[in-house]
Design a protein. Structure first.
Length: 427
């Protein structure tokens, strides 16, 4: 793809500028339309999850702080009794930092949130110790609260159980698991087609939670044509691959969110564009090179991630072709060499290695959540691939929301995904 085509792609991308590159989207029952996120408005709507957590539960939420300049405290999620005790909550304070409330103890995260930035918050309760992390960064010096207690109410998003301290956030998903990791709640933003009500659908309990309070949520559609169901992920067994039909410039930035489902001592392709000695690629290297995540640019390798990956662990990798900066789950990778301009010369292929989009080899078994390419200079999204299922024939693949095309398996066998069953409306 030449520079002119990139400019055209950037214009198309402007329409989708508000769509996050990695949306954890999954199959909803007929009658519900998946949404990218929901955001509370000045009318202060909220979501009651109808779930009362155990004190040892694990809570995870992907969210974005709004540009609201309100000085009030703002609730992200909250469960507590009428005396504000027996609590399992997270609140944004006036200074822009998060406060975690557990039983009758509070813990703070010292760094203020950046407005309009995205975060993943992980909270784990326990009778002896508790843990808190923001974007994988653990909160230190936590004075854990010992002893048993019963959480005082159901969990509510965007407000306290009494409707106070309305939060101004975007929420992309909200999950709860028990201490053993068994999912209890997995809520995704959606619209009920029969009446247009916006709320969240729980993929674990197969139920719809609609808006409480006053007003309605702001939202953004996910950008799939009517003939496609969104999926949270598609999974390869080691014989599937996808040609993205997108050839990057050497200065573009590639991002990929995935987990390994199987590993071997061989090279395993993640994303790969190679032709005539030039490469723009990321793989899991072979045992001779430590079985590490490896980044290749121009004529060869520019860096390795320090530790070997493991199966069933989520990874997000980025490779900035302009600066050669690479990262794995936010941790920088030391890189050097192979700088400067070159012609990539082939489209990006996922799940495999290749030469000139032919002779596929070293195919990987991974669960893919999302893949995107952006212009490193302007930030424009040039390619944004979303796991999906084509309704007409049930084919699983990826839909490019920028270039408006469905990408199917080019190998043998079929991708797999997670299905969901019946729906029970909670209200």
């Amino acid at each position: 793809m030449n520079a002119t085509m990139h400019i055209a792609a950037a214009v198309m991308a402007a329409v989708f500028a508000t769509l996050p590159s990695f949306a954890a989207v999954d199959a909803l029952p007929e009658g519900y339309t998946r949404l990218e996120w929901i955001a509370s408005t000045s009318d202060a709507p909220y979501i009651d999850t109808d779930y009362t957590p155990d004190q040892s539960d694990k809570i995870s939420v992907r969210f974005q702080q709004s540009n609201d300049t309100s000085s009030d405290y703002q609730v992200l999620f909250c469960a507590r009794d009428t005396s504000n005790k027996n609590t399992f909550s997270c609140i944004l304070l006036k200074n822009g930092t998060l406060r975690f409330d557990y039983n009758d103890t509070t813990h703070g995260w010292s760094s203020a949130l950046s407005r309009l930035a995205e975060y993943v918050l992980d909270v784990e309760g326990g009778t002896q110790t508790q843990s808190y992390a923001v974007n994988g960064n653990a909160l230190s010096n936590v004075n854990s609260k010992e002893g048993e207690f019963s959480v005082g109410s159901t969990l509510r998003l965007f407000a306290t159980p009494t409707g106070t301290l309305p939060g101004r956030f975007r929420i992309y998903w909200f999950k709860v698991a028990d201490s053993a990791g068994t999912p209890k709640v997995d809520m995704r933003p959606c619209r009920r087609d029969s009446d247009g009500v916006i709320g969240m659908y729980d993929l674990v309990r197969n139920c719809f939670c609609s808006t409480g309070g006053t007003g309605v949520f702001d939202t953004n559609d996910i950008g799939l044509p009517a003939d496609y169901f969104a999926r949270e992920w598609i999974e390869s067994s080691g014989t599937q691959w996808i040609n993205t039909q997108f050839t990057p410039l050497c200065f573009d930035t590639v991002s990929m969110s995935f987990r390994f489902r199987a590993l071997s001592d061989d090279n395993l392709g993640l994303f790969c564009a190679r032709n005539n000695g030039n490469t723009f690629t990321c793989i899991k290297s072979n045992s001779a090179n430590g079985n590490r995540i490896r980044f290749d640019r121009k004529a060869g390798t520019i860096g390795y991630y320090g530790t070997s990956p493991v199966v069933n662990t989520d990874y997000t990798i980025t490779m900035n072709g302009s600066t050669s900066q690479c990262s794995v789950n936010g941790s920088s990778v030391s890189t050097s060499g192979n700088e400067g301009y070159f012609a990539v010369g082939s489209p990006l292929v996922l799940f495999a290695m290749h030469q000139g989009a032919a002779n596929m080899n070293n195919m990987s078994s991974i669960r893919l959540y999302g893949f995107s390419v952006t212009d490193s200079m302007t930030g424009a999204v040039l390619c944004d691939l979303l796991p999906c299922c084509r309704k007409s024939d049930g084919t699983l693949g990826l839909y490019d929301r920028i270039n408006k095309r469905f990408l199917a398996n080019g190998g043998t066998g079929t991708f797999t995904t997670r299905e969901h069953a019946t729906v029970l409306s909670l209200r």
